[in-house]
Design a protein around this ligand. Structure first.
Ligand code: ATP
Ligand code: MG
Length: 401
């Protein structure tokens, strides 16, 4: 049985009251962008559901795309028929037959959002259930745990039939939660942190600190490849590459060795915050995870966070490493992150960085040097590139926001 449309359920966004139209609009744009490779599909968005009308495009291929779109709770391939009991009986039979194998059980789940239809839910149940039992000899009813659940929804304009419910990616549509800058290293954590923020509807731009010749072109390549993976999610990703060599050298000269890492992080954060202002973002995202390394103790965060009161989102803060790795595998960044490379932060890492740095001490050490001109220079020399997904998602990025 060929279905001709896919019914999309919104889940969380339907609880968002007055903002709903905006959410539906963002979701519709995400769906259109993801389905750009299928020129014949039509997307119809309503207040409480959306339809993708296939118009001859491959249902299986469209379903694969829909599985990755944030803001979709679940979806079902469906068939639209006119409001006639005879047509409903015939189509129901076709649908159930296409799923039926000997021994399988079924039930009918009718729903009437338009009460003017001649049968009520009980009536539909009896008419369709009876018709199916008559025409498929060994079919049995199971109200509790059926193999086939035929949903029949009567609406004003038509009746919709569906049998399967496919789990969506959940989350919120991209662009519905404002913009943030992701501090993207070449490690495992930060791409996952970016992905999780995107899942909550955040528009993300990446910022990477690059220290040639101490870090090589290959490590830059790595961050570009990670950004391309994140670009798969909504078609493209903006990456800001900050030249950081001079600042790192200055830190080495000015700051006592056991505080150099704390100071490096503080300067990265200050620069990221400047770039954030320039691009009208509202928050900064990091891959920090409590207790993993010296820079990620609470004392350390307390000393680093001192340089800004911009919200810092740390989606991974309480997660276990094994769970982070699982997500990195799912979003296909793990292999790239595992490539060997020199991180600009590990290159000058002292033998024993302070695990419990003091805020006052790092402030004091930094007070002997004016970093402002270097910060301005780094922001000015930042290279911005827009990376497109390699997964043939053609897109008008600006359309999304
Ligand atoms: P990751 O796996 O993301 O590299 P990590 O566990 O190695 O994280 P750190 O190296 O302490 O931890 O980095 C903490 C966070 O600081 C990173 O998750 C990232 O958000 C940011 N960061 C570190 N290095 C860079 C860099 N070179 N450019 C941009 N951000 C960075
Ligand atoms: Mg790292």
């Amino acid at each position: 049985m060929e279905y001709e449309r896919i019914l999309i359920r919104y889940g969380e966004i339907s609880t968002k009251g007055r903002n709903r139209n905006r959410f539906v609009d963002k979701l519709k744009k995400s769906v259109k962008i993801a389905l750009a490779p299928f020129p014949n599909v039509r997307v119809e968005a309503g207040r409480d559901r959306m339809f993708v009308i296939l118009n001859g495009e491959s249902g299986t291929a469209v379903i694969e795309k829909l599985k990755n779109i944030f803001g979709i709770q679940s979806f079902s391939p469906a068939i639209k028929v006119k409001r006639s009991i005879e047509v409903l009986k015939q189509t129901s039979l076709d649908v159930v037959r296409s799923f039926y194998e000997e021994g399988k059980t079924f039930k009918v789940t009718p729903k009437r959002s338009d009460k003017s239809f001649e049968l009520d839910t009980d009536g539909i149940n009896r008419a369709i259930g009876g018709h199916l039992l008559q025409n498929i000899p060994k079919l049995k009813v199971d109200m509790k745990n059926p193999d086939i659940n035929l949903r029949i929804e009567v609406r004003k304009e038509a009746i919709y039939l569906s049998c399967e419910t496919i789990q969506g990616a959940g989350g919120l549509p991209i662009g519905s939660s404002g913009k943030a800058m992701l501090m993207l290293s070449g490690g495992i954590d930060s791409p996952v942190a970016g992905y999780m923020a995107m899942k909550r509807g955040v528009e993300v731009e990446a910022v990477h600190f690059f220290s040639p010749p101490f870090t090589s072109e290959r490590s830059k390549e790595k961050v570009i490849d990670l950004s391309k993976k994140l670009a798969d999610i909504y078609g493209s990703m903006t990456l800001h590459i900050v030249p950081f060599t001079e600042i790192q050298q200055t830190i080495r000269e000015q700051i006592p060795e056991n505080y150099s890492m704390t100071s490096t992080r503080r300067l990265m954060l200050r620069i990221t915050d400047e770039i954030r202002k320039k691009h009208d973002a509202l928050a900064i995202i990091t891959g920090e995870n409590l207790g993993q390394v010296a820079s990620q103790t609470l004392e350390s965060m307390f000393a680093i966070n001192d340089v800004t009161n911009t919200p810092i989102l740390r989606p991974l803060i309480t997660m276990d490493k094994s769970d982070i790795i699982k997500i990195a595998q799912e979003i296909d960044t793990l292999e790239i992150s595992n490539r060997p490379f020199e991180d600009c932060c590990t290159i000058f890492v002292p033998a024993s960085p302070k695990t419990k740095p003091k805020r006052e001490k790092v402030q004091y050490y930094e007070s002997f040097f004016d970093f402002d001109p270097l910060i301005h220079e780094a922001v000015k020399e930042t290279e911005t590139i827009v990376l497109n997904s390699e997964n043939n998602v053609r897109t008008e990025f600006s359309e999304l926001f």
